[in-house]
Design a protein around this ligand. Structure first.
Ligand SMILES: [Zn+2]
Length: 253
């Protein structure tokens, strides 16, 4: 299984438009972050987790020819705004399967009514196949996908475990029984928004405590704001098996 970090930035991305913050002005490509998303490549399938506003650019900077499924963590705009841009995949492949909590599907149906409608559909609109998920493992082809249920402030979010890989973005609090589902995971990806505490995301210290609890072989930090600091400086302070993710990083699990 291979995973490409398509985007690793928080909701405004880095740089923030018009910002003079040193991290926003950094010329290091590792400090430029599109909105969060990963692509999981497994046996010829390309499975996308979240489809945010930068989806089109992410598909252009990585040579991705087919899109086989989209898993949604939650309905916030930085995770969903790119759905219209699945059109090139739809034209080649037909309807694209999407997996999400009922609440998230309801939100997508409202915001992308022209995609979900079955009557008088505009000929150029993309199509999807809806799969409602609950907090129980499900299968895509033969791949077992286990939702991990947690809170982003008060909003319910699903993270996902796919074999030895787990992706938990926009995490603030989680019950012990959900943490147990991560037992034996080799690679854990988790939110680390910034240094200071935040109401809906783990900060760096909390993310490191969480990694210590899960004990994966390797962990990667994502959903990063400019207030976390420069990639290279933060990386130097981290334990040996913890990495600051960056856009277009590709890992093998
Ligand atoms: Zn987010």
């Amino acid at each position: 299984m291979e995973v490409i970090f398509l985007g690793t930035g928080t909701s405004q991305g880095i740089p923030i438009i018009g910002s003079k913050h040193p991290v926003c002005l950094s010329e290091n490509p590792k400090d430029k972050r599109l909105r969060v998303s990963v692509l999981v490549k497994w046996e010829g399938n390309n499975i996308l987790i979240d489809c945010g506003p930068d989806f089109r650019m992410q598909m252009l900077s990585n040579p991705i020819e087919n899109l086989d499924a989209i898993l949604y963590t939650h309905e916030h705009n930085d995770h969903t705004a790119g759905l219209d841009d699945i059109r090139p995949f739809f034209f080649r492949q037909g309807d694209i399967p999407v997996f999400a909590h009922k609440r998230v599907l309801d939100s997508l149906r409202k915001r992308f009514e022209y995609i979900f409608t079955s009557t008088n559909k505009y000929p150029g609109a993309p199509g999807v196949i809806e799969h409602e998920i609950v907090n129980k493992p499900f299968y895509f082809n033969d791949l077992k996908i286990t939702p991990i249920d947690y809170k982003h402030n008060r909003l319910q979010v699903f993270g996902f475990r796919l074999k030895d890989f787990a992706y938990l973005t926009d995490l603030k609090s989680i019950e012990e029984e959900e943490v147990q589902k991560l037992d034996g995971v080799k690679v854990l990806v988790v939110t680390a928004l910034r240094i200071e505490p935040h109401h809906s995301h783990l900060n760096l210290e909390e993310a490191l405590e969480f990694i210590e609890r899960v004990k994966p072989e390797r962990a990667y930090l994502t959903h990063i704001s400019h207030l976390l600091g420069f990639h290279d400086e933060v990386q130097e302070q981290l334990p040996e098996n913890v990495f600051v993710a960056f856009d277009n990083l590709e890992i093998t699990i």
